[in-house]
Design a protein around this ligand. Structure first.
Ligand code: ADP
Ligand code: MN
Ligand code: MN
Ligand code: MN
Length: 373
């Protein structure tokens, strides 16, 4: 392990090249999810400014280098599904979110978007909205320890850090600020940010977003965070329990509403949805992130993973109805079970499947059984 990572990110020097004329060409950075649930991207030149999805060509890559395909049948196809202004290159340059498809015409192992989109389309009339609260933790890039913590030791116990202000109470605000701006530039529906209970842990919220755009926007916001962190020389982890002991884990609370829940009297629909969720607790937990058992202990503002529970304003329940929603009699509910490392397509997909009804040609519970082919 090198004593000092040589971070060759000369951002200030790069700045002068970013002004160079591109002579009408644009750069399109294609992003996808690899065989371990991490993000990858590569770039291509396009001949003119892109104004609609249909102008973006399908592309491919070597899936044997990303744990997505065997070496003897390595082509994986990238199908564009959304594109966003590129906050790093600016101008007309774009970042393209893609789905991965195998050579035989089946969705690739970690392409959970395809099934999710079928459910979202089938229930389009319900206008389901999601809001995801993405928690994450910053790490030192050299030793992987929590960013800014005393080496071999710990900061003072939790208490002053949540929404903390001032030196020693908040870490790496510059990184978070840069990411927030990048999201706004790219048109991500980022609704806010806050420092979390454990020092060097943060949260951003994306939403409300309708249907499939929730998963798209959350993945893109994560991509932007990873890119920003590269320049600051900080590592991002989405692990739900980055440090054992009396330190909070990281979740991805999932706020949900349908059209009828958002109208006066909607509380009855919220209660009916929670009743349905209570009957599929195990199926949901299976899709709510790896290592979530380390986080859902019943401590640190979580409910135990074993049982389903719900309550008004209860941060120790699986599902919470916000106090203001109960007071007004309509609004939304919050599923607090999902871990920070979820695939949002799995979580929003099974949510719709459970509360609005399954459809014949999609089954979210089978999504994890897919292997590379
Ligand atoms: P918390 O109080 O749990 O920390 P946050 O304010 O962090 O909640 O996040 C709440 C999220 O819920 C935001 O992303 C917000 O946009 C979203 N949200 C608000 N209203 C609705 C709604 N009716 N349906 C779905 N999501 C919603
Ligand atoms: Mn929150
Ligand atoms: Mn939080
Ligand atoms: Mn929350």
């Amino acid at each position: 392990m090198p004593q000092e990572i040589s971070i060759l990110e000369h951002t200030a020097t790069l700045a002068k090249y970013l002004d160079l004329d591109q002579r009408g060409k644009i750069m399109a950075e294609y992003v996808w999810i690899d065989g371990s649930g991490e993000m990858r991207s590569k770039c291509r030149t396009l001949s003119k400014k892109v104004t609609s999805l249909s102008e973006l060509p399908e592309w491919n890559f070597d899936g044997s280098s990303t744990m997505q395909a065997p070496g003897d049948n390595s082509d994986i196809y990238l199908r564009p599904c959304a594109f966003y202004p590129d906050p790093f290159r600016k101008g007309d340059n774009i970042i393209v979110l893609t789905e991965c498809w195998n050579n035989d015409g089946t969705p690739n192992k970690f392409n959970h978007r395809h099934e999710c989109a079928k459910l979202m389309t089938a229930h389009e009339d319900e206008e389901v909205w999601f809001g995801l609260e993405q928690e994450y933790t910053l790490l030192d890039p050299v030793d992987g320890y929590i960013y800014g913590w005393p080496k071999g030791g710990f900061p003072a116990p939790q208490g002053p850090y949540y929404c903390g202000v001032g030196t020693g109470k908040v870490y790496a605000r510059d990184v978070i600020e840069a990411h927030y701006r990048a999201c706004l530039h790219s048109g991500i529906t980022i609704s806010g940010i806050n420092a979390e209970v454990m020092p060097s842990q943060w949260e951003f919220q994306v939403g409300p977003c309708t249907g499939i755009s929730m998963g798209d926007e959350l993945w893109m916001a994560r991509y932007l965070l990873n890119r920003v962190a590269e320049e600051f020389g900080v590592k991002v982890t989405f692990h739900p329990k980055p440090l054992k002991g009396d330190w909070n884990g990281a979740g991805c609370h999932t706020n949900v509403s349908t059209k009828s829940m958002r109208q006066p009297g909607g509380m009855a629909d919220i209660e009916a949805a929670i009743e349905k969720l209570s009957k599929r607790h195990k199926e949901h937990i299976a899709l709510y992130g790896a290592d979530n058992d380390q986080r859902l202990t019943g401590r640190h503002e979580t409910a135990s993973m074993e049982n389903f529970s719900y309550g008004v304003a209860n941060r120790g329940a699986s599902v919470r109805i916000p106090r203001s929603v109960q007071a007004e009699g309509y609004g939304y509910f919050e599923d607090r079970r999902p871990a920070s490392n979820i695939d949002p397509y799995l979580v929003t997909g099974i949510m719709v499947e459970t509360i609005l009804g399954s459809i014949p040609d999609a089954d979210m519970t089978k999504e994890y059984q897919r292997e590379i082919s």
